[in-house]
Write a protein that binds this ligand. Sequence first.
Ligand SMILES: NC(=O)c1ccc[n+]([C@@H]2O[C@H](COP(=O)([O-])OP(=O)(O)OC[C@H]3O[C@@H](n4cnc5c(N)ncnc54)[C@H](O)[C@@H]3O)[C@@H](O)[C@H]2O)c1
Length: 281
Amino acid sequence: MGYNLLKGKKGIIFGALNDKSIAWKVAEKAYEEGAEFTLSNTPVACRMGEVIELSKKCNAELIPADATKVEDLEEVYKKSMEVLGGKIDFVLHSIGMSLNVRKKRVYHDLDYNYLQKTLDISAISFHKVMQVGFKLDAINQGGSILALSYVAAQRTLYGYNDMADAKALLESIARSFGYIFGRERRVRVNTISQSPTPTTAGSGVKGIDGLMDFSDRMSPLGNASAEDCANYCVVMFSDLTKKVTMQNLYHDGGFSSMGMSMRAMTQYNKSFENEDVSTKY
Ligand SMILES: NC(=O)c1ccc[n+]([C@@H]2O[C@H](COP(=O)([O-])OP(=O)(O)OC[C@H]3O[C@@H](n4cnc5c(N)ncnc54)[C@H](O)[C@@H]3O)[C@@H](O)[C@H]2O)c1
């Protein structure tokens, strides 16, 4: 049951690929909360079909766009304002991809062309989404813009590779543009730093199963699911968070504030049980 938190609000949701996607869950929740919105993803993702199902279910127009292309983004805003009948109140940037991760290039052997693409797709596209919206004056006063991040922006986590650099840039862009958008348009800009989550993008990360288990054991509330994340996004789009801006908001069951938990320590100690002490140093 919804609370009508987004009744009357118009939005754009980027990045729903399949029913595991965080953006997919956000679309379902936003719909439940009374919002009207459009969906956008790459032309290939739109053709693949699953997102068409979501667009029917949420009565949302699907607008293909490569988020690294300014012309495509202009089209997304123009079409969205046309079909929704006015300016936009909320935008979700739920986009990430690293070819270095996909092609298993390790951090000390990066392909620099891939690195440029990682940064463009996963971080600079957020600047483009905001700059296009700003220039077209497409975002309503009191609006809310969100992107999704990960704690690897602050701390090194094995296997996260060049996505860590992309997330650090993403969070910086949120602060820098958050200042301009707040000052000029009374629009807020934040990032949500989500627990590791079993999605298509998430499963590309090296050792994701171990990482998810570790962070679950470390977090007093356990890992946050995609659905939990969608609930938080809805609150951030609602009028209940009007003065929250330029923040990186941890949504991770407490992981980011932990050093060692009892559950993680118990598991760690088990690895010593059969070990020959003489080999330890
Ligand atoms: N899954 C996790 O563990 C996790 C944790 C923290 C943050 N995040 C972030 O959440 C966001 C959503 O990822 P997800 O986990 O739901 O995975 P996902 O694979 O479902 O979503 C990633 C989306 O990015 C889209 N995309 C890729 N290149 C694009 C481009 N050029 N233009 C437009 N769209 C493009 C994909 O089509 C896909 O829909 C990403 O920013 C990701 O880094 C994920």
